[in-house]
Ligand binder design. Structure first.
Ligand SMILES: [Fe+2]
Length: 220
């Protein structure tokens, strides 16, 4: 579900996407929730009650509080460092690798270790063979973008369908071995599709695409 456009670092234009999963329980799992407008809320309500809110890294905090206000019984799951950055947002459970969630039978997760700043958690929706990535892979739409930002995003490696891991993420790796281990885990998942928070998603062919995006660290 498309969210509002935002400005990263106050200037860089980003489109945003919330990933919505209907669980076997009949409840709804919201990944990287965007602002809940009446229209978005209606679309989510048609699928079922919101049971889980997921903040997949410490930057993506935007919709947690407003959705939690609408669905007070929803469980808030957040990346390992989220609470340190947002002590004002109540988190029910940190998404470490060993945590077992009620949705773990349908959705696998893996913390991408080894980055100096970002504590992203990747997900696999097993029934649809879809990997869900937030900031570690970006493929920003070129259409409608100014020549200036297209140029900046091309240089950052995040423009269009060939986008991948942003250069600023590549430049701030703390522990290559740990990151390689995480990316190997994700590449070992059984998936064909990719959903990301910023830009083009992929239906089919995602294993090859993610493998290419991660090859700077996996050496594949
Ligand atoms: Fe982001």
């Amino acid at each position: 579900m498309t969210g509002d456009d935002v400005r990263m670092y106050g200037i860089l234009p980003f489109t945003t996407r919330m990933t919505v999963v209907q669980l076997d329980s009949g409840g709804v799992w919201l990944h990287s929730p965007v602002r809940p407008t009446p229209e978005r809320r209606r679309a989510v309500d048609q699928l079922g009650p919101v049971e889980h809110l997921v903040a997949p890294n410490k930057i993506h905090s935007l919709g947690i509080t407003p959705w939690k206000a609408l669905y007070p019984s929803a469980t808030v799951w957040a990346s390992p460092a989220f609470n340190k950055r947002h002590p004002d947002i109540a988190v029910d459970a940190a998404l470490t690798n060993d945590v077992e969630a009620p949705w773990s039978g349908e959705i696998d997760h893996c913390v991408i270790d080894g980055h100096a700043v970002l504590d992203e958690v990747g997900f696999l929706h097993k029934p649809s063979k879809t990997v869900i990535i937030t900031d570690f892979i970006q493929k920003h739409e070129a259409a409608g973008e100014s020549w200036f930002w297209r140029g900046v995003k091309r240089m950052a490696g995040v423009l269009g369908k060939d986008g991948g891991v942003p250069v600023d993420i590549k430049l701030s790796v703390r522990d290559k071995t740990a990151m390689r281990r995480s990316m190997d885990t994700i590449l070992g998942w059984d998936f064909d599709n990719l959903v990301i928070a910023h830009g083009h998603c992929l239906r089919g062919g995602a294993k090859e695409d993610v493998s290419r995006a991660f090859d700077w660290i996996t050496g594949a």
